[in-house]
Design a protein around this ligand. Sequence first.
Ligand SMILES: NC(=O)c1ccc[n+]([C@@H]2O[C@H](COP(=O)([O-])OP(=O)(O)OC[C@H]3O[C@@H](n4cnc5c(N)ncnc54)[C@H](OP(=O)(O)O)[C@@H]3O)[C@@H](O)[C@H]2O)c1
Length: 243
Amino acid sequence: MTASPVALITGAAARIGAATATLLHENGYRIIIHYNNSVENANALANSLNNKREDSARILEANLMDSKAVSALADRSIAAWGQLDLLVNNASAFYPTPLETITEEQWQELFASNAMAPLLLARSTSDMLRQQQGCIINISDTHVRRGLKNHSIYIMAKSALEGMTRTMARDLAPEVRVNAIAPGAILWAENGNDLSHEMKAAIIDGISLKRMGEPLDIANAVLFLAGNASYITGQVLHVDGGR
Ligand SMILES: NC(=O)c1ccc[n+]([C@@H]2O[C@H](COP(=O)([O-])OP(=O)(O)OC[C@H]3O[C@@H](n4cnc5c(N)ncnc54)[C@H](OP(=O)(O)O)[C@@H]3O)[C@@H](O)[C@H]2O)c1
């Protein structure tokens, strides 16, 4: 019997990352739940997955702004079960950076989780992923194609992530497929940059399907790209309701 595949999902304690972890787990994956601050959520998710299947989920902490911690995260992920089949780069810092007040610290923070850590994790896991004929899936943002007002650094970092997707699809071929998913409006941001009711209504009005997506929509796309997409690499799949 072949061992069940192992997925490392960054920022997996809550929201889209947790939905992705849960769906992959339902489909037979063992899950490494990476978190930074959300230790309680990470533990609760791991406990619920382990209650369904013994020793099928572990948690690993790392601040993705610390490149040593990122390397250690890759090493500890591989060491967990001696195997890694899927890397989902989902963790992301997100906040506005109006041009007049941009700082170098914002650049460092937004690029760390959205671009640098995915690159370092890909580097540190590439041998194992090649051996397992695995996958990398990078979670981008549908706004990369058209820009997002007051978010230039975030969009630049996600653009770098999409560039990495296309380049790494070549670098790691033919063993490893590398794709990205570009979500549209799935969950409103939690970091206090709350939009007014009118602004939310205007966003939804601009979506062809006239509604928000759900975390499960992104999780389903991850499951598809990781599993039944054996001739797809270097692509960015927009899951945005036709925004
Ligand atoms: N939500 C949407 O509608 C939407 C739209 C477009 C694109 N996306 C993309 O989809 C992905 C998931 O979205 P989301 O809204 O679920 O994400 P989120 O809740 O905003 O962030 C996911 C996790 O990223 C982790 N993170 C942030 N900075 C970190 C750092 N320096 N080190 C380690 N972890 C860090 C946090 O972990 P801790 O909580 O453990 O600290 C956080 O829980 C992101 O890549 C996002 O850009 C989302």
